[in-house]
Design a protein around this ligand. Structure first.
Ligand SMILES: Cc1ncc(COP(=O)(O)O)c(C=O)c1O
Length: 366
């Protein structure tokens, strides 16, 4: 079986973890500080605030931006649950802006019309490793005087107009979950250039403590461990190489799949460097098999293939009765057509050939 994702962890990570275990310092300490500085420098930001996971990063970033009861934040409906759930955890509401049919990211042309008196921020998601078309979103946000918070959980190593994902809006949030382009097992990071947002985020992550047992606000224990940070420092050094490998795999997959009638490989936007967290194929009506049948046959053939998200987020049971604004016809049409193929750095040329041949077989059902 060629798995859909596989974290790459080796001797260097093992040595880094051993060093931490030997140091006797397990919770947030010097490794976390070093990881924050290294990750922020890599993306080009002044501040990095490491946290326990990407969901915690979003939760804290939103609170640091003052998002709370009565506020609405614009998000796309095609994303992971945490993009919406963290808004609700702040007492705010999501409002959905439809996606572009080819990029699968928030459609910038639909942002201005979605803004209401309650809109307190825009949170584009850089989905599958490709940045949202951020410039026009930033323009609208600037006109209206509202911040842009990037959900960059899937976009380590992606670029837009020469800038890294995470260095485009006011504040950005990353996840280092096990399947991500780089991992700490579980982990997250907030990046910003804004001193006040950074300070508030640091406090919120650690019970609002300015010093031992001195609490100036009510926060959380969202701290990262030294073990996670030590792994992150090693992984960060390898990120560029892994993104290159993902991009080479994606190019080979696209060359192989090109010309199969009814299957559309991922599109890479102008001025973007797609970091291929996921390689997403769209099934059009001219293809002889349903999306689910393609997935079933590829799995039978040893290819770790799966559908992407099952529904636009507002249809999730936890959200559907909340009277959330924004029904999205493009997302409704596109979501049931998408499936993922393996693109991670451990996929080699032979695997690519196997994947392409297996997909070709689904195009000739018997
Ligand atoms: C787009 C998006 N946002 C937020 C998250 C939440 O990150 P985590 O799983 O680290 O809490 C994820 C995670 O997988 C994600 O893909």
């Amino acid at each position: 079986m060629i798995p859909i994702a596989r974290p790459i962890l080796g001797e260097e990570e093992l040595a880094a973890v051993k060093e931490v275990l030997g140091s006797g310092m397990l919770a947030q300490g010097p490794k976390v500080k070093a990881f924050e500085a290294a990750f922020a420098r890599d993306v080009g930001r002044r501040h990095g605030i490491a946290v326990a996971n990407g969901t915690a990063a979003l939760h804290i970033a939103l609170l640091a931006h003052g998002i709370g009861a009565g506020a609405e934040v614009l998000i796309p409906p095609l994303t992971f649950f945490a993009t919406a759930s963290t808004l609700l955890l702040c007492g705010a509401m999501p409002a959905f802006v439809d996606v572009d049919r080819n990029a699968y990211n928030m459609d910038p042309a639909k942002v201005a019309a979605s803004i209401s008196r309650k809109t307190a921020a825009i949170m584009p998601v850089h989905l599958y490793g490709q940045t949202a078309e951020t410039e026009p979103i930033l323009e609208v946000a600037k006109e209206r005087g509202i911040p842009v918070i990037e959900d960059a959980a899937q976009a380590h190593g992606a670029e837009y107009h020469g800038k890294k994902a995470g260095n485009l809006g006011d504040t950005a949030c990353f996840s280092f979950y096990a399947t991500k382009n780089m991992t700490t097992g579980e982990g997250g990071m907030i990046l910003t250039d804004n001193d006040e947002i950074a300070e508030k985020a640091r406090l919120l992550r650690d019970h609002g403590q300015v010093s031992k047992y001195q609490h100036v606000l009510v926060g959380f224990n969202y701290r990262m461990t030294e073990i996670a940070a030590a792994i992150g420092l090693v992984q960060l050094k390898k990120l560029d190489g892994w993104v290159k490998q993902r991009r080479a795999n994606a190019l080979a997959l696209t060359n192989g799949l090109d010309g199969i009638e009814g299957l559309v490989p991922p599109a890479e936007g102008n001025w973007m460097v797609h970091s291929y967290y996921q390689y997403i194929v769209r099934r059009e009506d001219s293809f002889p098999l349903s999306r689910d049948e393609i997935v079933r046959r590829l799995n039978e053939d040893g290819i770790g293939c799966r559908p992407s998200y099952p529904m636009p987020l507002y249809r999730q049971k936890a959200l559907r009765n909340l009277r959330i604004r924004g029904r999205c016809s493009v997302a409704e049409d596109v979501v049931p057509r998408l499936f993922e193929l393996p693109v991670h750095p451990s996929v080699g040329p032979e695997n690519v050939d196997d994947i392409v041949e297996a997909v070709e077989r689904t195009a000739r059902p018997t």
